[in-house]
Design a binder for this molecule. Sequence first.
Ligand SMILES: C[S@@+](CC[C@H](N)C(=O)[O-])C[C@H]1O[C@@H](n2cnc3c(N)ncnc32)[C@H](O)[C@@H]1O
Length: 221
Amino acid sequence: MRQWIKIERIPGVLATAYEKGTRMAIDSYYSHVADEIVAHLPGDRILDIGTGPGYLPIEIAKKSATIHIIGIDLSRKLLSVARSNADKAGLSDRLTFQLGDAGRIDFEDASFDMVISTGMLHALKDPVRVIQEIYRVLKTGGQAWIFDPARVSGMVDRNKWKASLNLRERFFLKLFQLFGLHKPIKTYSREEATALIEQTDFKDYRIDARDNEIRIKLRKA
Ligand SMILES: C[S@@+](CC[C@H](N)C(=O)[O-])C[C@H]1O[C@@H](n2cnc3c(N)ncnc32)[C@H](O)[C@@H]1O
């Protein structure tokens, strides 16, 4: 069942707990996705929407020396975590993290060679609007890869993750669970995703639906 209340932005009080989970998924997930992206880059200017702690852009920038990535997110807290992560990785000169809404992307038409996103599609209140915005900011021939695992945290050892949380993080996690805002979630099926894309200007796309993860590759013709 999909979440009955959609909270798009990760609440600030859960940001550090979320960051700890995704950090554990760098080797098992983000690094592999980055390899795939780097092998298919149509150009050097990339936008990551719903960038969170920034681990995907960081992994891509480690693997491609010419790449420039802008990450946008609604969470100021996660953006500051992403900046600090980029700084620690020595990649701040090629990675920019800024406040921005994927439903109203603050860039001109045809600004990017590629738009990427991980773990965000299922949480969007208006996914059609976001996909159409992606179309608008892509250059002709540009590609968008929207990968949506239901939970990146599902890919890490949950006990190890919980053990890494401090008291405050545990408290807020429990609180959100009590209010049912942290229910198991489901990604879109192939049919549901097709119905969303068909409402946008994208005509060229491929959907790979697997076990609770959907991978959508779109091209602006
Ligand atoms: C589950 S997290 C995924 C973060 C990151 N991409 C990752 O793989 O770790 C989803 C992120 O999307 C952000 N988000 C949700 N709706 C958004 C929107 N409309 N515009 C920008 N960011 C959004 C949330 O704040 C959150 O950081």
